[in-house]
Write a protein that binds this ligand. Structure first.
Ligand SMILES: NC(=O)c1ccc[n+]([C@@H]2O[C@H](COP(=O)([O-])OP(=O)(O)OC[C@H]3O[C@@H](n4cnc5c(N)ncnc54)[C@H](OP(=O)(O)O)[C@@H]3O)[C@@H](O)[C@H]2O)c1
Length: 303
């Protein structure tokens, strides 16, 4: 199969918009390497790119898109509003900034990056601004990230609108059954960040689970040998077989290609359940219960 003929399965969001299930993430991808990573991904079949205002690389994502040779309307671009720009006016300003840095005239999916429990009113006002940009046709779909079930409920109580998608930390070491169930009950697509255990790859010994990362776990290695695939491909397949969207990040062309070469096998129900059982219940990212704009101070407008 030539790389160009590979295609991700699609998921349908609750407003009917279609989204590729598998994409490229660019968190911690230095701006200088981002355009190359995005172009490499798109030229090898990726159609979904996940960035955020806080990643400080939206301009380079736009550059990668424009140099890819693939028409804009065949791509699905996600970006996120940083909590430092919450509130209605702040969100409008934040959206305009992302659109301008990306050099696009619409975003496919716009997300609230984190809930801010200590100023939830500003979180809700930001979401109301996102509803407005969606109504204007400047965002095709809107959603949230890192929302726990009670945050979803609180947002729904305030706005009456169900987010299209919730992007959460999710991999075989942190499987988030309660959040996934809350998303499913509401018809919200679950999208995995750190899908291959990214944060663990950077924080060895964060958990005691028989391996420092999901990619080093004997179960995953055994399945990789069985299918003639790599551990990362097995973990990405686990996401797709569950019906999740996943956005693995890499700056290395060979890994970008590897992470998308997952459409010629699938895991059995027993294998999926065995991987589910690797859950440690330990998260490696920030805590959505206590997140504030100061958790990672970021001056969005300075970029
Ligand atoms: N909403 C949020 O709060 C949030 C938080 C974090 C991330 N995200 C999004 O989710 C995306 C993915 O998460 P992530 O970047 O934290 O973690 P990840 O994709 O699970 O892991 C990325 C790490 O794995 C390495 N890697 C990539 N492919 C590999 C392979 N085939 N074999 C071995 N190692 C491999 C990468 O290194 P190399 O680059 O050197 O290959 C990098 O160190 C982000 O880029 C971002 O778009 C969202």
């Amino acid at each position: 199969m030539s790389p160009a003929s590979k295609t991700s399965p699609w998921l349908v969001l609750n407003n009917g918009v279609k989204m590729p299930a598998l994409g490229l993430g660019v968190f911690l991808t230095p701006a200088a390497q981002t355009a190359d990573a995005v172009r490499t991904a798109i030229q090898n079949g990726y159609r979904l790119i996940d960035t955020a205002a806080a990643y400080m690389n939206e301009r380079a994502v736009g550059e990668g898109i424009r140099s890819s040779g693939v028409p804009r309307n065949e791509l699905f671009i996600t970006t996120k509003l940083w909590p430092g720009q919450y509130g209605y006016d702040g969100a409008m300003h934040g959206f305009d900034g992302s659109l301008s840095r990306l050099g696009l005239d619409y975003i496919d999916l716009y997300l609230l990056h984190w809930p801010v429990p200590t100023s939830f009113a500003a979180t809700v006002q930001a979401y109301k601004a996102m509803e407005k940009v969606q109504a204007e046709g400047r965002a095709r779909a809107i959603g949230v990230s890192n929302f726990l079930p009670h945050h979803l409920q609180a947002l729904q109580n305030e706005t009456g609108v169900t987010p299209a998608l919730n992007q959460i930390e999710l991999n075989p070491f942190y499987t988030q059954p309660a959040s996934r169930a809350a998303n499913d009950e509401r018809g919200i697509v679950t999208q995995a960040w750190a899908p291959i255990g990214g944060t663990y790859l950077r924080n060895k010994n964060a958990v005691t689970s028989g391996a420092d990362t999901p990619l080093e776990h004997p179960l995953i290695i055994g399945l990789a040998q069985k299918y003639g695939k790599t551990p990362a491909q097995v973990v990405i397949r686990w996401h797709l077989d569950h019906g999740f969207s996943a956005i693995p990040k890499s700056v290395r062309p060979e890994r970008i290609v590897e992470n998308f070469d997952v459409f010629d096998f699938s895991l059995s129900a027993g294998e999926i359940a065995a991987i589910d059982a690797l859950d440690t219940g330990v998260f490696a990212g920030a805590n959505p219960e206590t997140f504030t704009a100061d958790t990672y101070p970021t001056d969005i407008d300075a970029q």
